[in-house]
Structures are given as C-alpha cells and as structure tokens.
Design a protein around this ligand. Structure first.
Ligand SMILES: *Cc1c(COP(=O)(O)O)cnc(C)c1O
Length: 392
C-alpha cells in the first residue's frame, strides 16, 4: 500500500526527498559536492554559524554536559532554561515564558492545553501545520476564517458562544510572507473577550526591532495575548517558547503534554539561544542589513515584472501555474548554483519558489538570484502565476 502511495506521488511530481548539507547552514551551502547560494533558509541573520553563539554552546557542554536526562518537571532543567525564559519575557514584554522543545511542540502542546470541548478555536486558513495539528489535538470546535480577513473572523465570532474563544494567527505567514492585520484582529479579540494566540515564528528577530509582531504594531502584551515563537529561525538555534500571563504559563506547565512528557532541551541549545538573544541586542545593524536586502530583492523583482506584495518580510514567494513549472524553474536555479527548492502541495495550495532572504546575502547574490530566475523563465518559456497570493 505504501509503495502505491509513493508511486502516485512520484507520478504527480509530489514526491519529496531530503537534501542533506555537507557544510554548516549559511549563505553558501554544499550539497552532493556542489556549492549553492542558499535562498531557502530561515536563518535570517546568519546566527546558525555565528562564532560567538557556537562558542556559548561549547562552553555549556563543558559545564553541563549534553543530554538533559529528564523532562523539565523532573531533573531535566538547568538554571539556563530559567534565564532564557526571563530573557524571552523581556523581549516580548509579557509576564512569563515557558520553553518547549520546538516551535512545533509549543503549538501542539499549548493549543491543545488551552482549549477543550466547551471551547472554540478560530484559525486563519493559511495557518502553519503545527497550529492545525494543535487544533486537531484539542477537542474544541474549530472555525477557519478566510486568510487575514478580520471581517470574516468577526462574523464567525458573533455566531458562537463558548467558554474560551481562542483566535490563532501567524504574524508573518511562513509560506506567503504577508503580515496578519494584528491591530484589527486584536481589537476584535478585545471586543469579543477572546484569547489571542500569535505565532511569531518568522517575526522574532525580524520585525519590530527584532522583538516581533506586537512591537511592530505597537500593541502591548497583556493577559489576553499568548505569544508563541521559536529559536530555530532568525535566532539560528533550536527550541520553541510560549510567553503569556503568569496564570497561563503556570497552567501550561501543568497541562501541556508536549512539555511534560518530553525530555528538556540540552544545555548547549539553551546557551546558544541565550547567546543569540544577546547578539541580537548588541547588533541591531544586522536587522537593518536584512531589511536592506529585503527591500532590494522586492524592488528588483517588481521592476522585473514579478508580482510582489507590499510587505517588507524576508519571505518572498514566486508562484507558478503548475507543480511542473515550479519544478522546472527550481531545477534551473539548482543547475545554476542557486538553492531555492519548489514548495508544493500539500504544504501550500499554489506551488511556488519560496525565496528566503538573509542579512548575510550580498547585493550580488540577490542580483544573481533574480537574473537567474528571469533567465529560467525565458529559456523554459514559463510564466509566473498572475494571481495574488494574499488578500490585500
Ligand atoms: C517553523 C514554524 C513553526 C515550528 O517551529 P520549529 O521550531 O521549527 O518547530 C511553527 N510555526 C510556524 C509559523 C513556523 O513557520
């Protein structure tokens, strides 16, 4: 049965494979003996191979060893875990924080714990798989609202009465790079006395001076807002977090299954995350460099006739009309030394090349990327999809 499924996927050009690197994450990566300029990493600030951060991890191994040996609730935590939680509350302006083993387990653990049968969840239709899985694990009623559409959200909210109403959105959407209308959604949450859950995976270290989406919108953290984030993207490390009111965090310690029943993160991982946060504070110019690269790439794409939306985020999708076209284009980029793989269903509805910009890219890298995409389109006679990918 499984081989039939694999054959069908292969026939439909939807079979995925892993691409393992031979070098560290960074601007240039080596795969199968060949160097590529890397446009497919979430390591937006180049922290994953930053020497200071790596050293912090090495020092922590010497002091605390490697494996944590148990869950946080037993003997798995060290004082660095707690220190990192304090740093996160400072970054996010909230009362309290709780580490999880990844962003994925933060979402499934927190969403499932915050809601049960008597509750309802309102979730953006383009929310990440980890949010969808959290909703599935929860016994709450689910309502999916149209992408980044506060009016539709409010219409659904008005039609429902329940104990907790949990509204969930990503801030920067991971596959489209657009930004949720957090100010409008926040007002709706206040009006309808709902809990607001924001997935800041791609916003932390990127917007709002690196603090994330609330800072970007000038919204103050409060007891009705739950912020989720990850150390694995702009911070170049690994692990997830939830930051919220004291009450909510204490409740999650007692009810999040992905926290309670899993071994704590190893000391070097926590030390790397701490070092990344300190590096972020000391080097605001890196965020500016990232911003300049983003503007350059978006501007040049627009001038070259591509549809580019108004959001200044490092995630820039180029949509195609078919999976086949997308694969042809990404293969052409590969042959020319550029790593920007196709993203296909079921990860996204519309196939695309998803460009990720980093502060480490040079202007030449970005020019090369776009001229190679243009070349790919003309030599393969491809046209990008004309539909806009977000509702502006
Ligand atoms: C990557 C991502 C996650 C998961 O974070 P990890 O730390 O990689 O597990 C959650 N939500 C969104 C929106 C993401 O893009």
């Amino acid at each position: 049965m499984y081989s039939n499924i694999i054959n069908t996927l292969n026939k439909n050009k939807l079979l995925r494979t892993v691409n393992d690197r031979e070098t560290s994450q960074g601007r240039v990566i080596k795969i199968n003996g060949r160097d590529y300029i890397n446009f497919s990493s979430n390591d937006y600030l180049g922290f994953a191979s930053n020497k200071n951060i790596l050293n912090a991890a090495k020092v922590a191994i010497d002091e605390y060893g490697f494996g944590a040996g148990a869950s946080r609730l037993l003997s798995g935590g060290i004082k660095l875990h707690n220190l990192l939680e304090k740093e996160i509350t400072l970054l996010k302006g909230s009362e309290s924080a709780l580490l999880f083993n990844s962003g994925y387990t933060a979402n499934i653990g927190a969403i499932a714990a915050l809601t049960s049968q008597e509750d309802s969840i309102f979730s953006d239709e383009l929310n990440h798989a980890s949010i969808i899985d959290g909703c599935r694990l929860s016994r709450a009623k689910k309502y999916i609202y149209k992408h980044n559409n506060p009016a539709h959200l409010e219409k659904l909210l008005k039609s429902v009465t329940s104990r907790v109403k949990l509204i969930i959105t990503e801030s920067i959407f991971s596959m489209d790079g657009d930004i949720a209308k957090l100010d409008e959604i926040n007002n709706i949450c206040i009006k309808h006395k709902s809990l607001f859950y924001i997935d800041d995976a791609h916003a932390t270290g990127v917007i709002g001076k690196g603090k994330g989406s609330l800072e970007h919108f000038g919204i103050k953290a409060n007891n009705q807002i739950v912020q989720m984030g990850t150390f694995s993207k702009a911070l170049g490390s690994f692990g997830g977090f939830i930051t919220a009111s004291n009450n909510i965090v204490e409740y999650l310690v007692n009810s999040s299954r992905s926290l309670i029943y899993s071994t704590a993160l190893p000391a070097p991982v926590i030390a790397a995350s701490l070092s990344a946060l300190s590096h972020l504070k000391k080097h605001p110019e890196l965020i500016n460099k990232l911003k300049n690269n983003i503007s350059l790439c978006r501007k040049y794409l627009k001038e070259s006739g591509f549809y580019v939306d108004k959001y200044d985020t490092p995630i820039i999708p180029i949509l195609f009309n078919s999976v086949e076209d997308t694969l042809k284009a990404s293969d052409y980029l590969l042959e020319n030394g550029i790593f920007a793989p196709a993203i296909r269903p079921p990860t996204v509805k519309k196939p695309r090349i998803r460009i990720s910009i980093s502060a480490d890219h040079s202007e030449e890298d970005i020019f090369l990327l776009i001229s190679t995409i243009k070349e790919a389109l003309s030599s393969l006679s491809l046209t990008p999809a004309t539909v806009s990918h977000s509702n502006e």
